[in-house]
Design a protein around this ligand. Structure first.
Ligand SMILES: [Zn+2]
Length: 255
C-alpha cells in the first residue's frame, strides 16, 4: 500500500512477503475497504495508533502451518493468516493458482521432516484419506504441517479439488465435537471459523497447546484493535483479551 508506514524493525514473515509480492504484481493499487486514506503499519496492517507489533507473540512449535492463499487474500487487512504467521514461527505461505504451482511449495510438501495434513471437511474427501487426529510425537519422527486453504469457502472448495499435489496427503477433518467444544469455550456464535481459529484448533490437536491458546488470545486482541480502529476509538490495552495474551506471553515456560 502506498504511503504505508515502514517500521523497519520487524522482519517480514511469510504472509507479509507474499503480500508484498502480490502488491508488486498489481496493475492498479489494491483498495482496502475504507478507502485510500489513512496510513497503515507495514508490520500489522493497522493504523499506527492501533499498532499491534509490540504484542507479536512468536512461539516455537512442533507443528508448522502452510497457508495456501487465494489470490486477493494476502491483501485484505482483515486476513487472519497474517496472525498465524505472527505466532507460529514455521509458517509458510503461498499464493494459489489453478494453472501453476510454486516449486517451493512442492519442495516443502516433499520435505521428510514434515507430515502434511490437508485441513478440510472430511465429507469432501475419499473416506480412506480422512483422519481426525494427529500422530503424537512419540509415534512419528515427523512434525505435523497443517495445510490450510486461506480463502472464501467457494474458493477453498475449488482449491481443494484442483490441487492434485495435495491428493496424496491425509485430510484432517475437524470433528463436530471438537468444533462445538471450541465454540463453547470461546463463547463464539459464528458459524464460520476464520483461518486463525482453524489454525489454533489444529495446533491444539497437534499438542502445541500453549501456542494454540496464544493464537486465540492474539486473535482476540487483533479483533479488538481492528474494530476499535474502524470505529475511531482507542484500543483498551487492559481488556480481557490483552490480559489473557499477557498472561500467556509473560510466563516464560516452554510451549
Ligand atoms: Zn504495527
Amino acid at each position: 500500500m502506498r504511503g504505508a508506514l515502514m517500521t523497519g524493525d520487524v522482519t517480514p514473515h511469510a504472509v507479509s512477503r507474499l503480500r508484498s509480492a502480490r502488491l508488486a504484481r498489481s496493475v492498479k493499487p489494491f483498495m482496502a475497504r475504507g478507502g485510500p486514506r489513512g496510513e497503515r503499519c507495514a508490520g500489522c496492517r493497522l493504523r499506527p495508533s492501533h499498532c499491534l507489533c509490540g504484542l507479536r507473540p512468536m512461539q516455537p512449535t512442533r507443528a508448522g502451518v502452510c497457508l495456501l492463499m487465494a489470490d486477493v487474500e494476502p491483501l485484505k487487512p482483515s486476513n487472519t493468516g497474517w496472525l498465524v504467521a505472527d505466532v507460529v514461527q514455521d509458517t509458510f505461505a503461498f499464493g494459489w493458482a489453478r494453472t501453476e504451482v510454486d516449486p517451493a511449495l512442492l519442495a516443502l510438501l516433499a520435505d521428510p521432516q514434515w507430515q502434511p495434513y490437508v485441513v478440510f471437511p472430511g465429507e469432501y474427501a475419499a473416506a480412506e484419506r480422512v483422519v481426525q487426529a494427529v500422530l503424537p510425537a512419540a509415534d512419528s519422527g515427523r512434525r505435523p504441517l497443517f495445510v490450510l486453504l486461506d480463502a472464501t469457502w467457494p474458493e477453498a472448495r475449488k482449491m481443494f479439488r484442483k490441487s492434485p499435489y495435495l491428493d496424496r496427503f491425509p485430510v484432517l477433518s475437524l470433528l463436530a465435537e471438537q468444533v462445538s467444544r471450541y465454540r463453547l469455550r470461546r463463547s463464539t456464535r459464528s458459524d464460520h471459523f476464520c483461518t486463525a481459529e482453524v489454525a489454533a484448533l489444529c495446533l491444539d490437536l497437534g499438542g502445541d497447546t500453549r501456542a494454540a491458546q496464544t493464537l486465540e488470545a492474539y486473535f482476540d486482541v487483533f479483533t479488538h484493535h481492528y474494530l476499535q480502529a474502524k470505529h475511531q476509538l482507542p484500543p483498551d490495552l487492559q481488556n480481557a483479551a490483552h490480559q489473557a495474551l499477557h498472561a500467556l506471553n509473560g510466563a516464560a515456560a516452554p510451549p
